[in-house]
Design a protein around this ligand. Structure first.
Ligand code: ATP
Ligand code: MG
Length: 179
């Protein structure tokens, strides 16, 4: 199964980003991400044998990340993969720590991850052209980060569909939660 870890926004936040992307796509063309599938990828596992799923869940549960908020401050076009994305101007420290700790736990559990540095971005338009004019101003969105999710991606001709498999709560201050 194809697996990745991500942050998922609340429907209101996703809706506001989707509306923005619909307007932005007038300048860039391309395929706008559906509101329900908007996410920020923390770690991409790729194809994983089904029997390794419990190990992935166990690794994620070891992560002691802290709750924080994700500011969406800039939108850009990336020529190399033809996407329009939005994200923070700088990765918030707790988010960088979360991504790094998750990566470390997954590596320790024997999963292979790419060496590329984590770049906090939310893909909003795929197969985009270089925008003809300035992208519209981003809406003010509220994206509280209280958990991260292990997601299964199912590829089909209509595009990927995502199934959440496991949710891992973050805690204020990053201390482990009493269970
Ligand atoms: P589609 O491939 O249909 O355009 P998608 O890229 O969202 O959709 P997946 O390819 O399953 O679906 O990827 C799931 C998530 O992991 C996406 O956020 C994607 O950007 C990210 N991702 C995919 N491949 C990699 C990779 N090699 N390294 C890092 N992140 C990746
Ligand atoms: Mg893909």
């Amino acid at each position: 199964m194809r697996l990745f870890f991500a942050l998922w926004p609340a429907p209101r936040t996703a809706g506001a980003l989707h509306d923005w992307a619909m307007r932005a796509s007038r300048e860039s063309g391309g395929r706008v991400t559906h509101a329900e599938t908007i996410h920020l990828t923390l770690a991409f596992l790729g194809e994983v044998a089904a029997e390794r799923l419990p190990a992935a869940i166990e690794a994620a549960r070891r992560v002691k990340g802290a709750t924080h908020t994700l500011p969406i401050e800039q939108a850009r076009y990336w020529k190399h993969n033809r996407i329009v994305w939005a994200g923070p101007n700088e990765t918030p420290a707790p988010l960088a720590a979360l991504a790094a700790e998750l990566k470390a736990c997954l590596l320790k559990a024997g999963f292979e991850l790419e060496a590329r540095a984590f770049a906090a971005h939310v893909t909003l338009i795929r197969n985009a052209r270089e925008p003809r004019a300035a992208l519209p101003e981003l809406p003010r969105v509220d994206w509280p980060v209280g958990e991260f999710v292990l997601v299964r991606s199912v590829l089909s001709r209509e595009g990927s569909s995502y199934e959440p498999i496991e949710r891992c709560a973050l805690s204020a201050g990053g201390r482990p939660r009493a269970r």
